[in-house]
Design a protein around this ligand. Sequence first.
Ligand SMILES: [Zn+2]
Length: 117
Amino acid sequence: MAVYCRNCGKGLADDARFCSGCGATMQPPVVPNYYPTTSVTRLVRPRMGRMIAGVCQGLANAYAWDVVWVRVITVLLTVFGGGSGLLAYIIFWIVMPEEPLFLSPPMPPPPPYQPPS
Ligand SMILES: [Zn+2]
C-alpha cells in the first residue's frame, strides 16, 4: 500500500516520514478513510440494519448501544411518553444525515483499452 503526500500528492514509501517532493511531514500517514467509522461523533442513518429510517440503528452505531434497546426505549417513549419517542425519532430522522453510499474506494485509472488484435 502506498502513501501519498497530502501536500503535493507525491507517492511515497509506506514508512516515509517526510515527503521527498515537498518536504511535508508524513505523520500520520495519509490513509484516506472511505468507509464509515463507528466513532462517537459520526451520527448517520446507516443503510444497513434499518427498520424505518435507520435512526435507532444510527444511534446504536454511534454510541455502541444495543439497537434492540434503542428501539424498545423509542417505542416505550412513544407509547407511554406522550409520543415523545416518536417526536424524537422524527427529529433525529430530519437531523441525522443519511449514510453516504460507499462504493469502492477510488482505484487508479485502468490501463488504456487495448483492442484485441
Ligand atoms: Zn509532498
